[in-house]
Design a binder for this molecule. Sequence first.
Ligand code: COA
Length: 180
Amino acid sequence: MTGLITGSRVRLRPAAASDAARFEEILSHPEVARWWADAEEPVAAQVSYLLDPDEGTTTYAVEHDDVVVGIELAFEEADPQYRHAGIDIAVHPDWQGRGLGSDAIRALAEHLFTVRGHHRLVIDPAADNSSAIRLYQSLGFRPVGTMRSYERGPDGSWHDGLLMDLLVDDLVPAAALSSS
Ligand SMILES: CC(C)(COP(=O)(O)OP(=O)(O)OC[C@H]1O[C@@H](n2cnc3c(N)ncnc32)[C@H](O)[C@@H]1OP(=O)(O)O)[C@@H](O)C(=O)NCCC(=O)NCCS
């Protein structure tokens, strides 16, 4: 999966080595680290993975007005019987609350549905990440269920995750979303 993806207000560009410092800055911010950090994986290692992820995963730099405001990932299940894709995202707190995260998720979801031919997407916020869950629901994602002790947090303990899914007809049309 290569190439640019254009939303209404953001552009998703495949990540490059030159994004390393900015990605580290974004992931190190306490408001992002509280949801993304792993007690046993330094941020530098996270960034190395993002720049050279597993087969089937693509990392994008989320750009707004030529500034990298966030990081977004798409992973694609290769088994045809279970074909689906997943999304993850982090927006730098200086740029949150402006509609850029929802635009970035929507743009990647549209790409995965229309260009990559997926019929089902998933996203798995921490169960207590209420603002992310609210945002995903506004785009049409539905809660599937709680995955108990799903991910290790920055404090080293296991936290619940909420599995959410979005079928192709669930995606809320852009016109229905706030874009002020
Ligand atoms: C979750 C996250 C990606 C959302 O990104 P964002 O850019 O803030 O998202 P948006 O701006 O589109 O939406 C956030 C809120 O701003 C509101 N908003 C949208 N457009 C807006 C605008 N133009 N002006 C003001 N507010 C706006 C949304 O309605 C939403 O409000 P709500 O919290 O009351 O539901 C971001 O908060 C983040 O990176 N958090 C830390 C990492 C994280 O939790 N990642 C998710 C892991 S699954």
